[in-house]
Design a binder for this molecule. Structure first.
Ligand code: PEP
Ligand code: MG
Length: 539
């Protein structure tokens, strides 16, 4: 059976199916007999120990691979699993003859309810953590082993309704062969993650996902956007042959990894990487990144139970700046809201979150969140060539307010005697308003970076994650190209440079058009860099 969706990350692969349901387990028994109470309590304690051991192992693995933020999630889960109140709540129910798996799910649900009802958004967000831990203990008790993505041992194709950044962060390195999801589009986060992991992905397959969920193996073509459930041997052979061909093609691009991209008429185009965490730095350099055109700082905030401190942010930004040395690293300030929730910040429910309190709007209204980040970036600026970039700006007033806060932080740091870097300022052009008013913005900044992912969705009124709106999700729409043209023209007249950090930057079909319009920097998922450099050198 063949299902089609959006080809979100190129490559072909055949592998066994690993279904990630994201839902909780169902208890297999509700009741136990009176004489089994002590034995069942013993089983519960052993299940907790087993879950704690697995969680600690994952935390340790993440810590040693440089993912301290992701490790913190698992450390917090260890504490929840060992919570004495959870144990006493379960013991009480088991003594009332409820099975331990039913008891732990019920107690977990009770606690989750208490957390969810809390005013504090951060505490409310803990509800999901409690549910997660309780369901891991219940799964262990039922003898199924952990069903989470962190338990993926055999390299497999991950099939899921949707995958959040925190899901993909749990996958052990090299264990996901591809993603197939019901939801999503080319610019949704699962697609961005697949491209930066260098694995194929077919997203937005909708209800057809059911056909893949029941398969044992699946052949995935992330370029064509199709997946074949339980392929026959001829299909497997054809896919394997294509995979080999693609590996050979990619090897042929190796010679472009470390060249400086220049068009045939001598125009220098900087090809940089988009990063979501400091742990991607080494890979990016290996792919030939000449800098970082977009460091998405929100992952540092979203994938962990508490907000990162100024010190921790300083260390993260500083590590990337230090590794890239002279080469530029653009740190984008926090861009949450819309589809990105932030634990620890009171985000009111909104009718239209994509048109709501997000990006720079939220940062400007929350100095307690924004100022530590600005201070961390300024301090890390002394360790390399850091630049700062503000997201979701709609007009010059917002940009000036953000710059005023940056200047305030600089003043504070200087009076404290801290080392501060020079740190150029840029702005993302990702709202139609910013593109239309680009002329007002040029005198305030050193560069523009076009965020085509959001610019497309706001120009064409088409949600970037909605699989039904494929026709309206490309940067080649004349309205989007016109806004990019206006942006480049304003930048040229204002004497500043323009980069693109949306997904269009790595799209071979769009690169020639972007360069024609005057773009001089392209920032993309690292594995796309060699192909982009080759293309540029042929133009
Ligand atoms: C964009 O909108 O194009 C962009 C690069 O930002 P993000 O994908 O993180 O919203
Ligand atoms: Mg954006």
């Amino acid at each position: 059976m063949k299902v089609t969706g959006v080809g979100a990350s190129e490559g072909v692969v055949v592998g066994s199916v690993f279904v990630h349901t994201g839902g909780g387990p169902e208890p297999e028994r509700q009741k136990i007999s009176e004489d089994a109470v002590e034995e069942e309590l013993g089983r519960f304690r052993r299940a907790v120990e087993a879950v704690v051991a697995k969680l600690s192992e994952t935390a340790q693995r993440l810590e040693t691979s440089g993912n301290a933020n992701e490790a913190a999630i698992f450390e917090a889960h260890v504490e929840l699993a060992e919570d004495p109140e959870l144990a006493s709540g379960v013991a009480e129910r088991v003594r009332d003859l409820q099975s331990p798996e039913a008891a732990v799910l019920a107690v977990g649900e009770e606690y989750a309810g208490v957390f969810a009802a809390m005013e504090d958004e951060y505490m409310a967000a803990r509800a999901d953590d409690v549910r997660d831990v309780a369901s891991q203990i219940a799964t262990e008790l039922m003898g199924h082993g952990a069903a989470g993505l962190d338990a993926l041992e055999t390299p497999s194709v991950v099939v899921a309704r949707d995958l959040a950044p925190s899901d993909t962060a749990r996958i052990p390195k090299g264990k996901a062969l591809a993603f197939v999801t019901a939801k999503g589009s080319k610019t949704s986060h699962v697609s961005i993650m697949a491209r930066s992991m260098g694995i194929p992905a077919v997203v937005g397959v909708g209800a057809a996902l059911d056909g893949v969920l029941e398969a044992r193996t699946v052949a995935v073509d992330g370029g064509e956007g199709c997946a074949i459930a339980d392929p026959d041997s001829a299909t497997v052979a054809a896919f394997e042959a294509r995979a080999e061909e693609m590996t050979a093609k990619s090897a042929a691009l190796d010679e472009y990894r470390h060249v400086e991209a220049r068009t045939r008429d001598g125009r220098r185009i900087e090809v940089a990487a988009n990063l979501g965490s400091a742990s991607e730095t080494e890979d990016a350099l290996e792919w030939g990144a000449e800098g970082v055109g977009l460091f998405r700082t929100e992952f540092l905030f979203m994938e962990r139970p508490e907000l990162p401190s100024e010190e921790e942010q300083y260390e993260t930004y500083g590590a990337v700046a230090h590794t890239f040395g002279e080469r530029p690293v653009i740190i984008r300030t926090l861009d949450v809201g819309g589809d990105k929730d932030l634990p620890g910040v009171d985000q009111p429910a909104e009718e239209n979150p994509f048109l709501g309190w997000r990006g720079i709007r939220m940062s400007l209204d929350t100095p307690s969140l924004f100022k530590p980040q600005l201070r961390a970036i300024l301090r890390a600026g002394s360790l390399g060539n850091l630049k700062i970039m503000f997201p979701m700006v709609a007009d010059v007033e917002e940009l000036r307010a953000a710059k005023a806060m940056l200047a305030e932080c600089r003043g504070e740091l200087e009076s404290e005697g801290a080392d501060v870097g020079s740190v150029e300022v840029g702005v993302m052009i990702e709202t139609p308003a910013a593109a239309i008013c680009a002329r007002d913005l040029t005198s305030e900044v050193s560069f523009f970076s076009v965020g085509t992912n959001d610019l497309i969705q706001y120009t064409l009124d088409a949600d970037r994650g909605n699989e039904r709106l494929r026709r309206l999700q490309g940067a080649d729409h004349p309205a989007v190209l016109e806004l990019i043209r206006m942006t480049c023209e304003a930048a040229r007249d204002g004497g500043i440079w323009v980069g693109v950090c949306g997904e269009a930057a790595g799209d071979p079909a769009l690169i020639p058009r972007l360069l024609e319009l005057g773009v001089t920097e392209l920032s993309m998922s690292a594995p796309s860099i060699p192909r982009a450099k080759k293309l540029v050198s042929e133009l």
